[in-house]
Every structure is written in structure tokens, then in C-alpha cells.
Design a protein around this ligand. Structure first.
Ligand code: ZN
Length: 286
């Protein structure tokens, strides 16, 4: 936003409003106006109406942007959740893979033991003495135990892999569901973004047109108050004898001055520009 410019024509009221404390308002600087003199509102009442209308437009723009701002967060949450699920699926898959490798290793080990047993049994047919026979018997006994152990391990690993596969199935289902949600959410988001961007463009044009009708100094003040206000409202109505922005009480004399539209009056607490019902009601549709 441009720095506060001074119009050639001195307006005590707006000057007071723009710089109530710094005291720099009094020094006139000749800066050519960017807008044509004819289109600019002259009376206090029309100035306030124009300003209030501008704010109604700007407020709608703010609202559109905030609606749009929250949607990507929802999508982000879903994406994070999906990434977490995918990591778990990956982990389960690699664990199952490891178990499968173990199972096939044990299967080979068991087969090798069985083949050795066959070999030793054949050798036993051709032994020369008891010592050789006993030695082979011990080997056969040992390989039998080895084969049994391998079989036992195979069963254990298979059961473990099966349990993991079941969990993996559940995870896969959950993941598919989340991905479907995400697709829907992204489509919804795209629709809303397209829709709000279209609306925003219309409103931005309206805002621009409305700004052209308001003198530079007043616009600068409006923008400054708006930027500082938490709710983005620079022009507020008097509601139940209180400022509609900060809710502080407004003295009856001040309220009367606001109704008279003789000068632009700001809230002494929050600095917002105050308008009465008449101006507020004259700006219903924007
Ligand atoms: Zn206030």
C-alpha cells in the first residue's frame, strides 16, 4: 500500500482521523491524485458509505480466502496419514519377505538332512565293522534332529508370515479407503478453489472500482486500520451504544455526531471508523 498522500483540498476531518497523534497530518504535500476528481465521493456521508461498501466487498474476499486456506490442510492431513500407512505396509511386506526367505532356507536344510540320512543309511549297508555302523547311526540321529528342527522352524515362520499377511490385508483396505477419501477431497478442493477464484476475481474488480471512488488519504487510513485489526474490519457500526469493533461504550454526544455525518469519527479505543445504522443499511448488497 502506498504511503499516505495528501490531497490538494484540505479536509480537516479526515486529516484528524488519519493522524490523530503524530501531528504530521497538517503538512500538505502536492501529490497528483491517481483517480479522477469527478468520481470521488465528496460529502462525509457519501465517503462513509463508499468506505463501508468497500469494506463489505473486502470482507467477502477475506472470507473466500480463509475458506480456501483451510482446505489444503485437510488434504495435507490425509496425505500424511496415507504416507504413514504406506510405510507400515512396506515394513510388513519386507518382514513377510524375510520370513519367506527363512522358510525356504529351512526347507533346503531339511531336505539336505533327509538326503544325508538316506546316504548314511545306504552306507550302513556296506560297513566293515560296528564302530563304523554306530558312527553312521549317530550321524543319522543328528540329521534327524536337524530335519525336525528345520520343520518346526518352518511351521513357526509360516504361522508368523500368515499373521502378518492378515494384518497387511487390513492395512491395505484402510489404505485404499484413505486414498479414495483423498481423491474425493482433492476433487472437492479443486472445485472449491475454481469456484472461489472466480468469485474472488469478480470481487477484486468490484473492490478496485470502489477504491477509485474514495480519496487516497482515506483509503490509506482504511488500509492501515484494516491491516492492524484482528478481524480485518476498519469501518464498524455502532451497536447498542458501543463500537462494533472493540465493543467499548460510545458516549451519547459522540453517537449523535456519528449520526449527523458532519465529520468522520473514529473509535477512541481501537481507531476504527464508526458508522451509524443509516449508512450500514444503505450498503446491503455488494
Ligand atoms: Zn472501537
Amino acid at each position: 500500500m502506498a504511503k499516505s498522500r495528501k490531497t490538494k483540498k484540505t479536509d480537516k476531518d479526515t486529516e484528524k482521523m488519519i493522524n490523530p497523534s503524530t501531528g504530521t497530518a497538517g503538512s500538505p504535500v502536492d501529490v497528483p491524485e491517481t483517480t479522477t476528481e469527478e468520481s470521488i465521493e465528496k460529502t462525509v456521508k457519501s465517503k462513509l458509505t463508499a468506505l463501508y461498501r468497500l469494506q463489505s466487498i473486502d470482507f467477502q474476499i477475506d472470507r473466500l480466502r480463509s475458506v480456501r486456506g483451510e482446505l489444503p490442510l485437510e488434504v495435507q492431513d490425509l496425505e500424511d496419514e496415507i504416507a504413514g500407512l504406506e510405510t507400515r505396509v512396506e515394513k510388513f511386506n519386507s518382514e513377510i519377505q524375510e520370513l519367506e526367505t527363512e522358510i525356504s532356507n529351512k526347507k533346503i536344510a531339511a531336505q539336505e538332512s533327509l538326503e544325508l540320512i538316506k546316504k548314511y543309511e545306504a552306507q550302513q549297508m556296506n560297513v566293515r565293522n560296528n564302530r563304523e555302523y554306530d558312527s553312521l547311526s549317530k550321524e543319522i540321529e543328528y540329521q534327524t534332529l536337524e530335519a525336525q528342527l528345520a520343520e518346526k522352524k518352518m511351521k513357526e515362520f509360516a504361522a508368523e508370515a500368515e499373521a502378518k499377511r492378515e494384518l497387511l490385508n487390513d492395512l491395505d483396505e484402510e489404505l485404499a479407503e484413505r486414498q479414495k477419501n483423498l481423491e474425493e477431497k482433492v476433487a472437492e478442493l479443486n472445485d472449491i478453489v475454481a469456484e472461489t477464484e472466480k468469485d474472488e476475481a469478480v470481487l477484486l474488480k468490484k473492490s478496485e472500482e470502489q477504491r477509485a471512488r474514495i480519496e487516497e488519504r482515506l483509503l490509506t487510513a482504511y488500509q492501515r486500520i484494516r491491516d492492524n485489526a484482528r478481524n480485518g474490519l476498519a469501518v464498524v457500526p455502532v451497536e447498542r451504544d458501543a463500537c462494533g469493533g472493540c465493543f467499548n461504550k460510545i458516549p451519547p454526544q459522540r453517537h449523535l455526531d456519528i449520526r449527523l455525518h458532519k465529520k468522520i469519527i473514529v473509535c477512541e479505543y481501537c481507531g476504527r471508523i464508526l458508522v451509524d445504522d443509516e449508512i450500514m443499511n444503505s450498503v446491503q448488497d455488494v
